[in-house]
Ligand binder design. Structure first.
Ligand SMILES: Cc1cc2nc3c(=O)[nH]c(=O)nc-3n(C[C@H](O)[C@H](O)[C@H](O)COP(=O)(O)OP(=O)(O)OC[C@H]3O[C@@H](n4cnc5c(N)ncnc54)[C@H](O)[C@@H]3O)c2cc1C
Length: 520
């Protein structure tokens, strides 16, 4: 166990003790449930059963298997080429995959992804999308983003040593040694940024090889980055972006988070880190998913579990389980864009290409829990930094919560939804599958009652979304060495898994390119 991990365990025990002292018994009065379709549909693939013969056969030019961001981006790219004869098939009832959104007591909230950093120069495809959606425009030669969408201040705060501080990098009560390590780490990030290897989307993954052979923890050890607060912060950032901590992800991934996406701003640094903020919506990135899905109409097929994809001489055959009608539907198409997680793709494609099998074997997947908490009033706290968009508790196992109503321009405090995130680690996948929703309720109330003593009184309902195989973990070797998406005469591949880590920009760009390059 690394230093940061043992620190976290000790802090969790202290937090649990503090909650018990605060008199927080099990909050049985709080209603709740799981949200989303659950695991049953995805796990149909694990049943070794003979599926009935197709009850119906349909024809289309292109089948897009999977309606997450990658699949939706592929559909948009086909439409840009005036290819309108396609179908997007997904096992969920709504499009968006990890970027779906929901609603709790009439308040929109995310079920997964909740923000997109202002895209850098390399993410041209994402910039085009934002322009098309009217979210950015050129004013006096400079790009401006929609003010309603740029995250409003205050953006982030951290609960540490009994109070809230501004920002997530611990600064409360730090000494000269911590400050010096922050500064030195900032210099390392700057050097990594200048190397040109770190960019989103990844262009030449092999350029990351010098950083990709060891874990981030080993890399930090080798450079004497031992400060507990710095290590906690870096571990938090890795868990937040990759679902796994610094003892698991590669140094390339650990640096990528800062050098390509978020920057690192040491409190004593002369120059501010070059970041332009983040775009967010009450329903999170479901705003983007819905905008992408809107033009599809009947071409989006919900409740369709892809069971089999078979390449044939004159086309491709895709068999799906239609959940509502409880029958097998056969799709015959000229092409299939496989926008499924690689684990699923490797299972359903007959005679799967070798690079797909290698990628599926080489990837570990992080489970996630996302819980939406409906409160009568925002949590009250008289001291310290005010309620922010992103609120994190130092030392907690979770990743804190975002406030779904943060972008609202209504100044009157009223009911709100907090979206709580947790990447409990691969070993907890069984828990994610088996624990009742009330397990998460009790855990959340215990954790958040420390900074918010009145939480249990304000809470009316909790809805828990489980993501069993949510995202690929960029362990050493994944970013630079695993094969990229293959292409056959019938199949194109698109999914965040092919980047080795999952963010909107990568999923969207991979999907866009698959749709752009699919043969007519
Ligand atoms: C909790 C969480 C929070 C995140 N937060 C952010 C964030 O704030 N910002 C960010 O940029 N990224 C975030 N991400 C990363 C997110 O995964 C990507 O942004 C993006 O949504 C990935 O899209 P995708 O198309 O690659 O994958 P997916 O979302 O995995 O899409 C795959 C699709 O395939 C479908 N599918 C799977 N199996 C089958 C089958 N057998 N038949 C039919 N359909 C099937 C799924 O239902 C899904 O719709 C987050 C991820 C998680 C899990």
């Amino acid at each position: 166990m690394g230093q940061a991990a043992s620190l976290i365990t000790r802090r969790s025990a202290l937090l649990a003790g503090a909650a018990a002292l605060a008199g927080c018994g099990p909050p049985h009065g709080i209603a709740g449930d799981f949200a989303g379709a659950g695991f049953a549909r995805g796990h149909l693939l694990r049943e070794a059963r003979a599926w009935p013969a197709p009850a119906v056969t349909r024809r289309t030019q292109v089948v897009i298997a999977g309606g997450g961001i990658a699949g939706l981006a592929a559909a948009r790219a086909l439409r840009q080429r005036r290819i309108e004869d396609f179908a997007v098939l997904d096992l969920e009832d709504t499009a968006g995959g990890n970027s779906r959104g929901g609603e709790l007591a009439g308040i929109a909230c995310p079920l997964g992804a909740h923000y997109l950093p202002v895209p850098g120069d390399a993410a041209r495809e994402v910039q085009d999308l934002l322009q098309e959606l009217g979210l950015r425009r050129r004013v006096h030669g400079r790009w401006q983003y929609d003010e309603r969408t740029l995250c409003h201040a205050p953006q982030e705060r951290l609960y540490i040593e009994g109070g809230w501080q501004e920002g997530l990098l611990p600064v409360a009560g730090i000494g000269a040694t911590t400050r010096a390590q922050y500064l030195r780490f900032g210099e390392e990030v700057e050097a990594a940024r200048r190397s040109g290897a770190f960019r989103i989307p990844l262009r030449s993954p092999r350029q990351l090889a010098p950083w990709d052979g060891q874990t981030f923890a080993a890399w930090l050890d080798g450079r004497g980055f031992t400060d507990a607060r710095l290590r906690w912060y870096l571990d938090y950032c890795c868990r937040d972006d990759y679902g796994a901590g610094l003892a698991t992800v590669s140094a390339a991934a650990g640096l990528h988070y800062f050098a390509a996406r978020h920057g690192f701003r040491a409190p004593d640094a002369d120059a501010p880190a070059e970041t332009e903020g983040v775009l967010t919506w009450p329903e999170g990135n479901a705003f983007l998913a819905r905008a992408l899905a809107a033009p599809l109409g009947e071409r989006f097929g919900p409740g369709r579990v892809v069971l089999r994809i078979a390449q044939q001489r004159h086309g491709v055959e895709v068999d799906v389980w239609d959940v509502q009608r409880a029958h097998v539907e056969r799709w015959q198409a000229a092409q299939c864009i496989v926008a499924l997680p690689v684990l699923v793709a490797a299972r359903v494609i007959e005679s799967a290409p070798r690079p797909l099998l290698e990628r599926a074997r080489g990837l570990r997947q992080a489970p996630w829990i996302v819980a939406n908490l409906h409160l009568r009033q925002p949590p009250s706290e008289p001291h310290g930094a005010p309620l922010s968009w992103d609120n994190v508790v130092y030392g907690a196992d979770s990743l804190g919560y975002v406030v779904a109503t943060h972008q609202s321009l209504n100044p009157a405090p009223g009911p709100t939804v907090l979206t709580w995130y947790c990447a409990p680690g691969e070993a907890a996948r069984g828990d994610v599958l088996q624990r009742p929703w009330s397990h998460w309720r009790d855990r959340i109330v215990q954790e958040l009652s420390v900074p918010h003593r009145d939480l249990a009184r304000q809470l009316t309902r909790i809805e828990v979304t489980r993501h069993g195989h949510a995202m690929p973990i960029p362990t050493p070797g994944v970013l630079s060495r695993l094969p990229g998406p293959p292409a056959t005469s019938r199949l194109r591949f698109a999914h965040g898994d092919w980047a080795g880590y999952s963010v909107f920009e990568e999923a969207f760009t991979l999907g866009h390119r698959a749709g752009r390059d699919a043969p007519r």
